[in-house]
Ligand binder design. Structure first.
Ligand code: FMN
Length: 455
């Protein structure tokens, strides 16, 4: 390792009801009450986190046409929750996952600029690009967008949003009570855009916000997703990689792509999301992790998780018995709807799973726990601090987006026990240095082009 110590970027997320959370724990609270969001956000701010993060689920997942209660990803509207959180926090960034396929650029740009105003410059936008027809059925157009066009639309969407945010200069609102002049120029907010996906023009209704533009994050690691992150201008990208062997090449790849687009080093932050389990000793932590995963993945839950790959009804297979002896049916109508399809070749996945189950003598449920019930960081506070820090210092990532199996109190022990250790070693701020999310992340404020144009 060379160079100065990198500062670890930290985001906090709050999970819904699914196999990552344990809603039945007596200490668990509501997934939807404002008190839960407020608790997690305030805890994150106490731990000097950079931002609070909300994922987005626009559909309720279904199994054979019915909602199943072990995987309800229903969530209240992201921007509404974040706007309310702006009032009960002071420094924490507020990052909304919002889809570029099922929204309109004008509307979203307006909402995000409004959140940036309301929060004093703490808004962020995680652009996601899901395009499936199942999600689309909730919207006017159905599944209208071809997969190949997702990033065309996302790129145009972001270009328009930026044009709208740049349509007002920092100093366009004069509000001079003496002279009675409110605006500096009569054409503030004017915009026009014509592309493959959009043709829009008009006047943007929100004056320039404190950050000029919200911070942009993106989730998606396909080559198109990587190019979009590196060249299209997102300030951060989620990474699904947790081992240094996988994470370092991804990190280098994104940095190289960004450099090829003329972006300075460090201008795209790379952030894996994951969960932790703490214990007083390593053995305690492993035991606790084991108990938590048993709670997260019931026998029924295990059948359903494997159905996402088998695409067959597996309810007749004993969770404590061997893996199903039948082949997957990828071409059949989907058994599980609304879940991202993470396995491209299900036959390969099933073959790999069979080998793992055979080698370890795993039951169906044990295999599901092994594959899906994983907390990325398990150990004592010192072990976890060491691992987070060395991952970042060795360029596996720039930080992490952390969640807990327990809503809303799970983050407390991380903040109480791990954060002070990171602060002691100088890898995490002891106090916030600025007021905006860009300040937290060390990102420069974008110039105000209309001011430049006006000279
Ligand atoms: C860490 C991570 C988090 C994501 N979160 C969401 C989400 O909250 N809502 C959503 O609709 N899609 C989400 N996605 C899906 C992405 O938007 C995208 O559709 C998917 O990653 C495929 O993109 P790709 O082909 O570029 O990999 C997420 C993806 C990743 C990797």
């Amino acid at each position: 390792m060379t160079g100065p110590r990198k500062q670890i970027v930290l985001g906090a997320y709050l999970g819904g009801v699914n196999h990552h959370t344990v809603w039945s724990d007596p200490a668990a609270g509501s997934q939807i009450a404002f008190s839960s969001f407020k608790h997690v956000a305030r805890t994150a701010e106490r731990g000097k986190f950079d931002f609070f993060f909300l994922a987005e689920g626009l559909v309720l997942r279904e199994r054979l046409g019915r909602i199943f209660d072990q995987d309800v990803i229903g969530r209240p509207d992201t921007l509404t929750v974040l706007a309310a959180l702006a009032d009960v926090t002071d420094h924490l960034g507020l990052v909304a996952t919002l889809n570029s396929t099922f929204n309109e650029p004008f509307e979203l740009a307006r909402q995000l600029a409004s959140l940036d105003h309301l929060s004093g410059g703490r808004a962020g936008w995680n652009i996601v690009t899901s395009s499936d027809a199942f999600t689309g059925a909730n919207f006017r157009r159905g599944g209208f967008l071809r997969r190949e066009d997702r990033y065309v639309r996302a790129q145009e969407f972001l270009a328009i949003a930026r044009r709208l945010w740049n349509s007002w200069a920092d100093d366009d609102v004069v509000a001079d009570q003496q002279s009675g002049r409110f605006l500096r120029r009569p054409d503030a907010g004017a915009f026009a855009f014509a592309g493959q996906q959009f043709e829009v023009s008009g006047r943007f209704s929100v004056p320039r916000s404190p950050q000029g533009q919200p911070v942009i994050l993106q989730a998606g690691v396909s080559p198109e997703g990587r190019d979009f992150a590196a060249g299209g201008g997102p300030d951060a990208i989620f990474s699904p990689y947790w081992t240094l062997a996988e994470a370092q090449p991804f990190y280098r790849d994104i940095q190289q792509r960004a450099a090829a687009h003329g972006r300075p080093p460090g201008s795209v932050k790379i952030l894996p999301s994951g969960a932790f389990v703490l214990g007083d000793t390593e053995a305690d932590a492993i035991e606790r992790h084991h108990e938590i995963t048993r709670e997260q993945i019931s026998g029924r839950g295990a059948q359903i998780l494997l159905e996402t790959v088998w695409n067959r009804d597996l309810s007749g297979y004993d969770p404590d018995g061997p893996l199903p002896d039948v082949d997957p049916e990828p071409e059949a109508p989907l058994v599980i709807q609304g879940r991202a399809r993470l396995h491209q070749n299900v036959f390969e996945t099933v073959a790999r799973w069979r080998a793992i189950a055979e080698e370890n003598d795993y039951s169906l449920r044990q295999l599901a726990i092994h594959e899906f019930g994983h907390a990325e960081f398990v150990g004592t506070p010192t072990q976890i601090a060491d691992r987070l820090d060395s991952f970042v210092q060795n360029d596996g990532s720039d930080g992490f987006i952390l969640g807990s199996h327990l809503t809303p109190g799970g983050l407390d022990e991380f903040v109480d026990r791990v954060v002070p250790l990171l602060q002691e070693r100088g890898s995490l701020r002891a106090e916030y240095e600025g007021t905006t999310l860009r300040d937290n992340l060390g990102l420069p404020a974008p110039a105000s082009p209309a001011t430049r144009a006006a000279g």
